[in-house]
Design a protein around this ligand. Structure first.
Ligand code: HEC
Length: 120
């Protein structure tokens, strides 16, 4: 039992070191993996929202007052923090879309779009 506990905490220690050494270039790697370059609303974000969100979030039927079928409205949702909070399933936000999480590159694209200042 003792030995098992020791092994266990030892591997946790190693794991946390590995994790530390990865964080520096982690973001860049994910962005490379997802093939993100010159991010823009029309090329990278609009297709995701069109496919997964606008049925329930458009100017006619805006659940929770959120419309995502135009650049201006999507920008408002991004600026309020709700867009990212909901797709990342962060505490305090409704989990979106209701059918399950977007794929991780789609989420990274949304995050990168926000980081880059919401280019149109
Ligand atoms: C099947 C319908 C449906 C789809 C598809 C859908 N939503 Fe929603 N969404 C809702 C409903 C209903 C609410 C309000 C009730 C709730 O919060 O659960 C909501 C709430 C929200 C909110 C407000 C959440 C908050 O806590 O402030 C955001 C932001 C949002 N959705 C974004 C999205 C995004 C982004 C997508 C696509 C990735 C999406 N939704 C897809 C139905 C949907």
């Amino acid at each position: 039992m003792r030995k098992a506990l020791f092994l266990c905490s030892y591997s946790l220690l190693i794991l946390s070191f590995l994790n530390l050494s990865c964080t520096a270039d982690k973001e860049e790697t994910i962005i490379d993996l997802c093939g993100i370059e010159n991010i823009s609303f029309s090329l990278d974000i609009e297709p995701v929202l069109d496919a997964s969100c606008i049925n329930c979030h458009n100017s006619v039927n805006a659940n929770a007052g959120i419309a995502l079928d135009s650049y201006e409205d999507a920008k408002d949702a991004a600026n309020s923090g709700q867009l990212l909070g909901s797709v990342k399933h962060e505490p305090g936000y409704s989990k979106m879309p209701p059918s399950g999480k977007l794929d991780s590159c789609e989420i990274v694209r949304i995050e990168e779009w926000i980081d880059k200042g919401l280019p149109e």
